[in-house]
Ligand binder design. Sequence first.
Ligand SMILES: O=c1ccn([C@@H]2O[C@H](COP(=O)(O)O)[C@@H](O)[C@H]2O)c(=O)[nH]1
Length: 245
Amino acid sequence: MTSTPLPTSRAVTASPVVVALDYDNRDKALAFVDRIDPRDCRLKVGKEMFTLFGPQLVRDLQQRGFDIFLDLKFHDIPNTTAHAVKAAADLGVWMVNVHASGGARMMTAAKEALSSFGSDAPLLIAVTVLTSMEASDLQDLGINTSPAEYAERLARLTQQCGLDGVVCSAQEAVRFKRELGKAFKLVTPGIRPLGSAAGDQRRIMTPEEAQLAGVDYMVIGRPVTQSADPAATLKAINASLGKGA
Ligand SMILES: O=c1ccn([C@@H]2O[C@H](COP(=O)(O)O)[C@@H](O)[C@H]2O)c(=O)[nH]1
């Protein structure tokens, strides 16, 4: 079945914040979403909520006016990845991603799958080195360079394949903007307002530091979703960045 893309015009927000909507409960997630304004942030739907609630959740959020980053980090053979990316574009999402470690042929196939969407195509970005990883995690995989160096190698490959940008750590942003140019989008999870727990994240920065480093979009999950008042926490983060409705 072909679904109708929703919405055709993108929501307008000056905020770089993308809230990672990682809830195991749809009602709780929507209770938060119904208290915020699409001018205050975009929303990221990841593996947990998409597995639990499927594409209808994405449509419900779009109908409330939010741009959606579908963070399913596709990593498969080129043909499968290309079809998955096209399915995401059919859903009308604002951004979708693959793993850069899937290689050049996979990323090129993913990019080509979006060619028929023209200016309605979602941004296509690739994950470099997960922000939960540090040097010792790479060593376990037989990779003996620093996370920043390995992420740069993957980011260069991503750029050569014609994608719009990468997921990386904000700690890499200054270097990547210098090396890869301003137009190449940097999307950075691992953002932690002062005083919030790092949890499983390793390469972290505060929202203000990330803004100064030049990141385009900062992904923030638990510091918002697990706060006593998620809507107020989001407002405070936006205020610290001089953004928001
Ligand atoms: O390198 C990556 C890629 C994706 N993520 C995702 O971002 C959010 C971060 O949530 P927090 O609660 O703020 O840690 C989460 O959905 C991850 O799947 C990432 O953290 N790092």
